[in-house]
Design a protein around this ligand. Structure first.
Ligand code: HEC
Ligand code: HEC
Ligand code: HEC
Ligand code: HEC
Length: 391
């Protein structure tokens, strides 16, 4: 045996030592928390294009080998509030959790806004393991993974002395630090904790807001089933991750149900408030022509390409006067008010037509910021953007 080969064999034996003694085990805790009904990113900007449950599922499928053995846990606030669209999101989230085989999901603040009986029939059908302190649910349960007994619980009653105990909460980190007796606390408080925090022997982590990053906590487990060491990393859910087609179907189904909400809703009074670009163009043709060249004039087709042209959460910034009487309602009922038109910036002033000397409301930066938010337009820089839409 050549010396270098000999040395590497020795090194190999040394590095395998804990495994040979049969004590060291690994267990990965893959966690989310605080998704808040964000099923997928809006695609408004590549800089904020992170997250989405179809990517999350796609990541798990593609990396099954590297991340096993693992427990997949959601620390709550995965849903939005109890509204017609919020209900559809809740349904889509739980269906996706079923597909991804979540090991535990907790119901916290957001889920508790839902009427008591909303989730029950869904859960009966889907069999997603939920813990909650609401009366009809269990508060904790144990799972065994890679020979480690793990108890997952919503509150102190569920604590099991002989097991690895994980508490799911939405208390802020500052309060979680004061809770004793848990090996791990996962919070869905919405805070960003770049690194896990250690307090009272507990490892505290926080689900990344809207699951833009997937949390991966790699545990080394000792002979007594307790944590001897851990590492943590964030897996960014970027657009190069191949989406899981099955979860994508859930999202498409969600989109068509959202469109259904729009059709079911009562049609508002015929558009009489906003005039639309055609009216302004009668006297301001040159302005109309230069507006046509801006992306504002095509804003609605961006939604159509994304399959989101009937989603109120998207429409609001891509049309005129959505949600107001006489504003955009749907592309079939009010096509003349699609896109970001003149009146979104210059304001609503029908009297200007009768008396053209009446000055319109000045266009100031705040007008833009209504739509150009940090999340939807991270590159927004007023002078630069203003130049691009000047006419
Ligand atoms: C009947 C013709 C007519 C129509 C229709 C019309 N405008 Fe005007 N508008 C004018 C004229 C004329 C002026 C110039 C008034 C002046 O300089 O005293 C003007 C001025 C303006 C100004 C700049 C003046 C200021 O002080 O703010 C804006 C902005 C404007 N119009 C926007 C609009 C928008 C938006 C619409 C559609 C909702 C519209 N106009 C429809 C005729 C019209
Ligand atoms: C009602 C919402 C809304 C308002 C108000 C609004 N925008 Fe926009 N803006 C959008 C949307 C939506 C897009 C993207 C259109 C698309 O491509 O689908 C956009 C795109 C743009 C773009 C193109 C960005 C690029 O990189 O080419 C510029 C520039 C812009 N807006 C400037 C402004 C400025 C300046 C204001 C204020 C004076 C403003 N916008 C007000 C919604 C709005
Ligand atoms: C708060 C306002 C707002 C909401 C809500 C919103 N958008 Fe946008 N969207 C914008 C703005 C502003 C831009 C332009 C961003 C820029 O270029 O700086 C934009 C751009 C886009 C683009 C063009 C991206 C490109 O580079 O061509 C798409 C597609 C889009 N949005 C889709 C959506 C979808 C889908 C939703 C709903 C899930 C949505 N938007 C919700 C404001 C919004
Ligand atoms: C993205 C926002 C935005 C949109 C959309 C927009 N404008 Fe403007 N418009 C401005 C800004 C900013 C100015 C600069 C003057 C000011 O501060 O009011 C301006 C100026 C004007 C002026 C007055 C120019 C002057 O002499 O002072 C007219 C008229 C006008 N716009 C008409 C229109 C018409 C018509 C449309 C639709 C076809 C339109 N604008 C769409 C932002 C917008």
């Amino acid at each position: 045996m050549k010396p270098c080969v000999f040395v590497s064999v020795i090194l190999l034996i040394v590095s395998l030592a804990p495994v040979i003694h049969g004590e060291g085990r690994t267990l990965n805790i893959i966690y989310t928390g605080g998704i808040n009904g964000k099923l997928e990113p809006c695609g408004c900007s590549s800089k904020t294009d992170f997250g989405g449950i179809a990517r999350l599922s796609g990541y798990l499928i593609e990396h099954q080998k590297d991340i096993s053995p693992y427990l997949l846990i959601d620390a709550g606030n995965f849903s939005d509030k109890d509204t017609p669209q919020g209900r559809l999101k809740g349904e889509a989230m739980l269906t996706a959790y079923k597909i991804m085989k979540y090991d535990a999901v907790s119901f916290l603040k957001n889920e508790k806004t839902f009427q008591n009986d909303f989730f029950s029939p869904l859960l009966e059908e889907l069999n997603v393991p939920v813990i909650s302190d609401a009366p009809q649910y269990i508060k904790s349960f144990s799972v065994k993974r890679n020979n480690v007994y793990v108890n997952i619980s919503i509150g102190p009653e569920g604590h099991q002395k002989s097991e690895l105990n994980i508490l799911l909460t939405d208390l802020p980190v500052s309060e979680s630090k004061l809770i004793e007796g848990w090996d791990i606390i996962i919070t869905s408080s919405g805070e960003i904790l770049n690194e896990p925090l250690r307090a009272n022997g507990t490892v505290i982590v926080a689900g990344y807001p809207k699951a833009e990053n997937l949390g991966i906590l790699v545990l080394q487990i000792d002979g007594k089933g307790k944590i001897s060491d851990f590492k943590h990393r964030w897996q960014p859910l970027v657009n190069t991750i191949k989406e899981d087609a099955e979860v994508r179907n859930i999202l498409n189904d969600y989109d068509s149900k959202v469109a259904g909400l729009l059709k079911e809703a009562e049609k508002p009074p015929a558009g009489t408030t906003y005039l639309g670009v055609a009216k302004c163009a009668e006297c301001h043709q040159l302005f109309e022509e230069s507006w046509e060249k801006t992306r504002h004039a095509d804003a609605f087709s961006s939604l159509e390409h994304a399959g989101k042209s009937n989603d109120p959460e998207c429409i609001i910034c891509h049309v005129v006067g959505f949600g107001e009487d006489g504003g955009f309602y749907s592309i079939n009922t009010t096509p003349e008010l699609a896109n970001v038109q003149c009146e979104e910036c210059h304001g609503l002033d029908r009297e200007h037509i009768e008396d053209v000397s009446r000055p319109m409301k000045p266009v100031i930066k705040n007008v833009c910021l209504k739509c150009h938010t940090k999340e939807n337009s991270p590159d927004f820089d007023y002078p630069v953007y203003l130049k691009k839409v000047a006419h």
